[in-house]
Design a protein around this ligand. Structure first.
Ligand SMILES: [Zn+2]
Length: 377
């Protein structure tokens, strides 16, 4: 990971590169900040900067063999210890440690270095169990630290989420973290430092990450998702400096757009009373996943309620934004005091049938026919 790929955090990048250039790297550093502000990417970028023989003032070169290995997370002088738990394949009698899951770890980080703890557990398949850094992991850390560096000047141990370390593991590592062997660096990366065992926390030099600067986050979103500048800025502000939160917001907007499109198609087709198109719509809906069907029905119910409010209050409504508002203005004339309760009910009944595992094709066909009848009322 290059510093230039870490979003924002300009001041910290400057300070960290300076400590390397001046040869005064702290041997045990604790990078901490809220979820999505980039503590792990920053630690990865610092490790790459330290290992790159061709680094400049600001960054590693990105093309030398050391950078190449860092980018693939296969550099022999960088080790990882992260929370894990037993899975179907790695059962608890195998004493799960990070090494069992290195392939998943590399895949997860290359997909998104701003990985969240929950995303990691999902990827691991620990089935809702929280991970931990166990005493077995502590033993593996001690073994690895005793190797000589293979290729680089330093060996670096990155411990992600030390707040998941239990007391037994912490006790075993205390001395090592306080006084690492020569040319050994510990980078601890935390989202919740108050939950790190105090004896460990007090032996580190803290690097606190503030939320990502709004400008930098907006620019990243604008580029990544090809958004208009104003829209990217709005999202960045709502995400309050967390890239992970910004990604969730983008995802949820995307889902809302899809729901809107589906709802609009249903209403247009129902108004035109186009039987064949209605059957196609219902067949298509029957193929969505259960969760998607449920969230669509809830969304549609809300939109019906709000378009009726719009109809009654003649444009004086605040719940709807952008495209939804345009549509509500168009559909509002067909949803009136006589039919709104029944249309609302039709969606409500569909939600109940879905919850009882009703046949999706029958359910959506029935819904489409009812809406057609009611919209004409
Ligand atoms: Zn390099």
């Amino acid at each position: 990971m290059l510093f230039q790929s870490v979003i924002g955090q300009i001041e910290l990048k400057r300070q960290l590169t300076q400590t390397v250039r001046e040869g005064r790297i702290a041997h045990t550093q604790l990078f901490w900040g809220g979820e999505g502000c980039g503590a792990l990417p920053l630690a990865l970028a610092l490790a790459q900067y330290i290992h790159c023989p061709n680094r400049t003032e600001e960054d590693a070169c990105g093309v030398c063999p050391a950078c190449n290995k860092m980018q693939k997370l296969i550099h022999p002088d960088v080790h990882f210890a992260v929370p894990v738990n037993s899975t179907k394949e790695i059962t608890s009698d195998k004493k799960p440690v990070t090494e069992h899951f290195l392939a998943q770890w590399r895949e997860a980080l290359s997909g998104n270095p701003y990985l969240t703890e929950q995303e990691w557990y999902k990827m691991l398949g620990t089935e809702n169990k929280q991970g931990n850094i166990s005493v077995h992991e502590a033993s593996r850390i001690i073994e690895k630290i005793n190797y000589k560096p293979f290729e680089a000047e330093y060996k670096i141990m990155i411990i992600w989420l030390p707040e998941r370390m239990n007391v037994q593991a912490a006790n075993r590592l205390l001395k090592l973290i306080e006084e690492p062997p020569d040319k050994t660096l510990f980078f601890l990366v935390s989202e919740d430092i108050m939950r790190i065992i105090a004896t460990i926390r007090s032996r580190t030099q803290q690097v606190r990450l503030p939320p990502i600067e709004e400008d930098a986050l907006a620019k990243k979103l604008q580029e990544q998702f090809s958004l208009p500048e104003a829209h990217a800025r709005k999202l960045a502000r709502a995400a309050a400096g967390s890239y992970s939160e910004a990604l969730r917001l983008v995802q949820s907007e995307k889902e809302t757009d899809e729901h809107f499109e589906r709802f609009a198609t249903l209403m247009r087709t129902a108004y035109a009373a186009n039987g064949l198109a209605l059957m196609n719509w219902a067949e298509d809906a029957a193929k969505w996943g259960r969760e998607q069907q449920k969230s669509f029905l809830i969304y549609a119910e809300r939109l019906i309620r709000e378009s009726f409010t719009l109809n009654k209050q003649a444009g004086d409504v605040v719940y709807l934004l952008g495209e939804e508002e345009m549509f509500a203005k168009n559909i509002a004339p067909f949803v009136n005091e006589r039919n709104v309760a029944n249309i609302y009910n039709a969606f409500n009944i569909a939600i109940a049938h879905l919850a009882q595992n009703g046949n999706a094709k029958i359910l959506f066909t029935d819904l489409a026919l009812q809406i057609t009848r009611l919209i004409k009322a």
